[in-house]
Design a protein around this ligand. Structure first.
Ligand SMILES: Nc1ncnc2c1ncn2[C@@H]1O[C@H](COP(=O)(O)OP(=O)(O)O)[C@@H](O)[C@H]1O
Ligand SMILES: [Mg+2]
Length: 239
């Protein structure tokens, strides 16, 4: 992957997204232009329905824009086919979901190994040791051989973050990753996500206003499908 030094890691230009609802069209995102640099910790906030998930799904190539351009590390992802996007995403983006989405019949360490198997990353013999090292990094090495259902919500989300890091992607994206956790577990998970920027990751998270100053360096507020506020260059409180 070529990383273009001096250019933003992520560049959106005039991006819009419309959903077709029968004969009606609903515009979920309108003419969004924004840049995100390497190593930023960006919090997306905004009311329910403001377009946060839609925007995140465009950045990961899970969905494609109706108009506009999205470049990530110099790659024009709006021009990629579904097959190209699947390969690109597996190697470049780690995704953390609200409901963890661990496969229930695989152990925790097997869940973390999955992305390496899918993308054929790392030598086969390295995959399990690498997954175990990630579980150690996330503070749950003793949960490796359990099934997801035997872990608490916070432990499952830590495992899901380990899985997101499996292929060492430059970008980690999370959509309300603490929406299903209690307040103190939620703080631990947010802190872990924010700390990934210290390892050189760019972290993009849909979250709540109260998390912003503590765990993120930039707040992007969405409203009715538009960027209604951007603290770029203002919030720099995280270590
Ligand atoms: N697949 C879809 N089909 C039609 N409308 C959608 C679809 N996904 C989202 N929307 C609409 O787009 C708007 C933005 O949704 P979303 O991005 O999920 O907002 P948020 O994550 O901020 O709550 C909402 O009005 C929602 O109803
Ligand atoms: Mg959402």
């Amino acid at each position: 992957m070529t990383s273009s030094i001096g250019n933003p890691l992520i560049r959106l230009r005039d991006v819009s997204k419309c959903y077709e609802l029968g004969a009606r069209r609903f515009t979920a995102l309108r003419h969004i232009s924004l840049d995100v640099d390497h190593g930023e910790r960006v919090a997306f906030v905004g009311k329910s329905g403001s377009g946060k998930t839609t925007l995140i799904n465009l950045l990961t190539g899970i969905d494609s824009p109706t108009a506009g351009e999205i470049h990530v590390a110099g790659h024009a992802i709006h021009q990629m086919s579904q097959e190209e996007l699947t390969v690109w995403r597996g190697r470049n983006v780690g995704i953390v979901f609200q409901f963890f989405q661990l496969l229930p019949t695989l152990t925790i360490v097997e869940n973390v190994m999955l992305p390496m198997d899918f993308c054929d990353m790392f030598e086969q013999s390295q995959r399990r040791p690498r997954a175990l090292a990630l579980l150690r990094r996330l503070g749950i090495p003793d949960q490796a051989d359990k099934l997801p259902a035997d872990l608490s919500g916070g432990q499952q989300q830590r495992a899901a973050i380990a899985r997101a890091l499996a292929n060492d992607p430059p970008i980690v994206v999370a959509d309300e990753p603490t929406g299903n956790l209690d307040a103190s577990t939620s703080d631990e998970v947010m802190s872990l996500l924010g700390s990934l920027a210290n390892d050189g990751k760019t972290v993009l998270t849909v979250t709540h206003e109260r998390d912003v100053d503590r765990f993120f360096t930039r707040k992007l507020t969405l409203r009715d499908g538009m960027v209604d506020g951007d603290s770029a260059g203002v919030l720099k409180v995280c270590a």
